[in-house]
Every structure is written in C-alpha cells, then in structure tokens.
Design a protein around this ligand. Structure first.
Ligand code: PLP
Length: 354
C-alpha cells in the first residue's frame, strides 16, 4: 500500500503558465503543469507519481476502450482573497469515487492516496488557480481498466490519475429543458448512481435530439413509468413548490448523489425551506405550475453550481418561468459561493484547506 510519502514528484522544467491568461478561461480546455498517475497491478497500488502533464501511451487492446470500466470525479479548489487554497468537500467525492469503483468491479483507491495525492498535486500547481471572482480549479480524478487483452472480464490492471484544469466563470444562461419521455438515463439496479463514463456516452444521443428541437438539456424521467423526474442532464434538480424545496430521492439508485445537491439541501434548510427528498411526478409539477405555486426550478452541480431553468417542455405543454424575479436560486448560489470563496464562515466544515 502506498503511503503519501511514497508519491514521487518530477517537476516540469518550464511551466506553461507563462503562456496562458487565466482570466475567463473556458471550462475543461487547459490543464496545469502536472498530473498524478498511479498503477494498480498484482492486487496493489504502485508507482505513484506526480509528473509533467503528458500523453499516455496505451495499447489498442486496452480493456477500458472495449468494455468501459472507467469512472471519474469532479471537484473544485478555490483561492480566497488572502490567497489561501481550499478544496470543496473532497472527502465526499472520495467516497463516491470508491462507490463507483465498487459498482464497476474496480479496485478501491486508498483514502490516503486519493486525498494526499490530490492535495500534493493542487499544492504543486496552486499558481494555476485563478483568484478572480467565479474562477476556480477543476480537479478531475479518474480510473480506468488497463489490461491489454480482449476478453470480457474485470481487468487485473488499472490506472488512477488526477488532472487539474483552471476554469473561469461557467456562464450558464437560463436553460430550456425538454422532458424526455422516450430515452432513459438509468434504471433501478443499474449504474445511475455511479460516475461511470458510459453513463455520459449513453446520454448524448437523447441530449442531441433535444438540442435539435431547440432545447439545452433533457430532464430525465424514471425508466418504468416515464413519470417521475430524475435529473437534468448531468445536474441534480430542485423544484420550489410553495414553501417546499423538492428534489428526487436517492433510494432507487438511479440518481447521482451530487455533493452540490447535498450542500443545497443544507443551505436551503438554513434559508427556511422545508426540503423534501421524494418522488415527484411530472403531473404533480404541472399541477403546481397551473396552481401558480411552482416558483423556481434549477439544477445543481460542481461545474455550474446552480443553473436556472426558464422553460420546461413536456409533450405539448410548455411551462415558462420569469427567472429574473427569482429569489431562492440566486440566494442559494450566493451563499454557496460565499462559503467557497471564504467570504462566509464555513460552518459545516466543507472547505478542506491544502
Ligand atoms: C456529477 C453529476 C452530478 C452533480 O454532482 P456534484 O457532486 O454536485 O458535482 C449530478 N448528476 C450527474 C449525472 C452527475 O454526473
């Protein structure tokens, strides 16, 4: 087993940072100078290395490319006004990563390797973290099977990596959402709760169809009755109905348990909402809309934090919302951001100082 002291560091000779302007940098396009790479072989993790960001040399027979044992995480680090760096709730992502690994029959990553590897990497590349408002460092841990053999079975070898991407404000205009009745994202007993790469590939066709019709994203429904709302694209979804905030429950295993979702539940309660995790049918949503008590609908996720939904289309029925006059989602976003950028007290211990 790898102890943190066994992570070798090889530094770049010349940082690429000089060539890059970190202001308003697009999401996911630029990567920092270094990456973490670790191998799983013979039943153990070895060769833990932080080294210059570089291409991987892979065999065409690489198992992950054929059978899809591949998982990932998305986490953000923030620099406050004093220049101190903190990562938002990384331990929750660590636990979710290993839950995904278990479901995909992949090895568990030891806590110290994940947490300390990430901390060392972020520390080494901390000059890459933009300090402007709404900027951050996106952290992408991922693991894939790396056997070089074509045969359908769990791989014996795996690679675990972490790469870092500085990111500017994630400009998210209020979205038009197509309620998807035909295609489904996840089924009970399936892998919906795992951040498994295949879930995202499997969602792209339906999303592209919705885009052709002029929508930004789909709202997924349950697989049996196509009636209960699940998630909005790759975001969890919240409905403000009367004085309640309602979000789909996690029990069926079809929904990704977002860290932002969990944080939003906590903050909404602090804002005085009665938060309910339950089953919410599209009929209930339409009834609430017609009764004039469906006040706000929004998505939550690490990349965008909170995304407002200005239109929901179900069959021939369109619900529209006056997002400019919303109070809840903008306040929720402000409160979460204040914690992340160190402008409000971190009363829940969410910020992990590096
Ligand atoms: C990552 C993800 C989310 C949001 O999770 P966060 O931890 O809040 O970033 C929601 N739904 C899906 C399908 C996701 O992949």
């Amino acid at each position: 087993m790898i102890a943190a002291g066994n992570i070798n560091i090889t530094r770049v000779e010349r940082s690429k940072l000089k060539d890059i302007n970190l202001t308003n940098i697009p999401f996911g396009k630029y990567f920092t100078d270094h990456m973490l790479e670790v191998d799983f072989e013979d039943g153990e993790w070895k060769n833990a290395e932080i080294k210059p960001y570089q291409p991987l040399l892979l065999e065409p027979s690489l198992a992950a490319l054929h059978y899809g044992q591949a998982i990932f995480e998305g986490i953000k680090a923030y620099k406050n006004e004093a220049g101190a760096v903190s990562i938002f709730r990384p331990h929750d992502n660590f636990k979710r990563f290993n839950a995904s690994a278990e479901r995909m029959q992949m090895p568990q990553v030891p806590e110290e390797l994940f947490m300390e590897g990430m901390r060392m990497l972020v520390e080494l590349d901390k000059n890459w973290i933009p300090q402007q408002p709404d900027h951050s460092l996106y952290i992408r841990p991922f693991m894939f099977s790396s056997d070089e053999m074509i045969g359908v079975r769990p791989s014996e070898k795996y690679k675990f990596l972490i790469i870092l991407s500085p990111t500017g404000p994630y400009y998210n205009a209020p979205m038009r959402i197509y309620v998807e009745e035909q295609y489904v994202r996840a089924v009970p007993g399936g892998v919906g709760y795992a951040k498994a790469a295949g879930n995202y590939g499997a969602a792209m066709y339906a999303t592209a169809q919705a885009k052709k019709k002029g929508y930004d994203q789909v709202l997924w429904m349950d697989a049996y009755e196509h009636k209960y709302v699940q998630e909005c694209g790759t975001m969890n979804v919240f409905f403000i109905i009367g004085n309640k905030a309602i979000t789909p429950e996690l029990e069926s295993g079809t929904i990704l348990a977002g860290v932002t979702r969990d944080s939003a539940i906590t903050v909404l309660r602090e804002m005085g909402f009665d938060v309910e995790e339950g089953q919410l049918s599209i009929d209930n949503i339409i009834d609430a809309y017609r009764a004039g008590i469906l006040y706000e609908v929004f998505g939550t996720g690490t990349a965008a934090t909170i995304s407002l939904i200005k239109e929901l289309r179900y069959k021939d029925f369109t619900m529209t919302f006056d997002v400019d006059n919303w109070r809840t989602a903008p306040e929720l976003k402000n409160r979460l951001n204040a914690i992340r950028y160190g402008q409000a007290p971190d009363t829940h211990g969410w910020m992990h100082r590096i």
